[in-house]
Write a protein that binds this ligand. Sequence first.
Ligand code: C2E
Ligand code: MG
Ligand code: MG
Length: 632
Amino acid sequence: MPSRDHPAPAADVTAPPSRANPERDDLLKYEAILNNASVGIAFTRDRILHHANRAFEELFGWPPGGLVGQPGRVVWGSPEEYAEVGSVVGPVLARGEAVEVERQMMRRDGAKFWCRLQARPIDPVNPATGGTIWIIEDITERRHAVEHLRLLNEELEQRVQERTEELARINAQLKEEMDDRQTAEALARHLALHDTLTGLPNRLLLQDRLSQALAQAKREDWLVAVMFIDLDRFKNINDTLGHAIGDEVLREMARRLKAALRDSDTVSRVGGDEFVIVLRHVQAVADIPLTTSKLMADMSTPVTVGGHQLRVTPSIGVSVFPNDSDDATKLLSYADAAMYHAKANGRRNVQFYAATMSDTLQTRVKLESDLHLALARHELEMHYQPRVDFRSGKVIGYEALLRWNHPEEGPIAPSVFIPIAEDSGLIMPIGEWVIREACQQMKRWRESGFAVECVAVNLSARQFFDRQLPERVSSALAEAGLDPQSLELEITESILMANTEETLSLFAELKQLGVKLSIDDFGTGFSSLSYLKRFRVDNLKIDHSFVRDISTDADDAAIVRAIVNLAHSLQLHVIAEGVETKEQIEYLTHCGCQEAQGFYFAKPMRASEVPAQVAALEGELARALSKGGAGA
Ligand code: C2E
Ligand code: MG
Ligand code: MG
């Protein structure tokens, strides 16, 4: 395109061609065409510019005709660039072909700009000699536009990329949140249906499993056994060794229960130390004892926790579908009632539900509320059971045993109400009353002329750990005007097992008072020898569960013999509890034990009956001895 500064030469292409010189006319015509072309056109030969049209000159900032005779190199920025383009274009032209390239070229003032170059040989047949036609177009703007577009595109791609990444991130986050929620929901579901301590199914899941088991058993004509298991004296472990140890014991029991049963059976934890088992596919009631014996043995094996060797025994109650009921709730409460009977029956045993047991549970709830009033209503009473030295035939002391004369229910056994008193905290006022009452009774007996050497009272763990205990004991003794040797405190082994500085100092404080101390129910808690050495008690009382079977069970006989030997080696008195038969006395004598307490000599009795009954008992023992045998 012609520029304003350099108007096209005055070649009027519209004027009629001159007839006089047609060649010149043609030349002028071509000249006009060339000069009016909007692209730059140049002709080179031997690297010299022979011709350049106006557009070419304007493009490169040369005056008209200024380029003619100049080397081609003048429109290039450097010799290298010139050489480079020559190396690309030259071989193509040499073949007689046209070529097109885009390169930066240089104006006369040194400014560079982008051009598209088209080159073709004037004579394709003879390219080397004919010279070259160059058509040059300024593509700076197009390049800018393309570059701009490229940048825009890049920016867009960048944004798309960022957006995609953000979306992916959001997506991942969402997925993570969903996963988290699913995990949380699964966890919540698990927690809602399982016990956190042991991981066993809880009561809710138990009910579900039990209903399923019953439905299936109905269809397939099986029996289902429901077992309610409570750990004996578990509270003592918690009270004396602390909850961490208690928890560990519970976990271990849970593990043992699971290991002892099939996967299709359900083991659940429904309360502190209460487990419920559902046995499916039971063929006959007679098969159930196989399982209960296994559970009894597995659970009673000593557990070592935190350096303590503990023996935890279970009391088990069993109800059976459909014999006892076909209702899940009833089966559960029947098994529970049977378990209470197992407890009342001396613990560490199994009871099958019988119709007469079902009132037990409701009674327990009522009992707790009645027990709150028992002290004030004077419904509590102490009974006394003599302790006998069967070698000398003398009564050497008494154990004070609490009785509750319920206004409607009649006498209630301590095995029933002491646990309730311990659970509810009522044991504190009741226990204090027991100590004072025993002291007062000794005072009354002595005042009446009846000689009593010593009375033993039972202490619950909670009482033992009461810091006020020594003070309460000494004031009870003082009020009755008794010397401390007249009172003996029976504590259970579990208290020793705590074996802490606190236990030791409480123990020492009581010893300092001068009262006697004895370990009750010895053998059931598996306390170790070292405890006995540290605590220096006066008496060991062998639990009646061992004494009960000494004539029939070799293991129990061996245990009793070992306890007697142990006690003697530590210079302790040993007293056998629950002696009921002559054979038991014979075995005890054989082992070297000479003190006992049991129905064989006397049952616990009212204080008022003691003087007469003891006189009769001692008379009988003297006669028997004179005939030549202890208790014979
Ligand atoms: P324990 O201290 O081991 O008391 C001995 C239990 O064995 C008494 O049961 C007694 O009646 C029973 N017994 C005695 N001789 C025989 C026998 O020959 N055969 C059988 N089968 N049993 C015999 P009881 O009076 O029912 O007391 C049960 C438990 O209740 C006691 O066991 C004791 O742990 C607790 N207890 C009783 N009175 C009190 C109390 O005042 N305070 C506390 N904390 N616990 C008490
Ligand atoms: Mg006792
Ligand atoms: Mg006992």
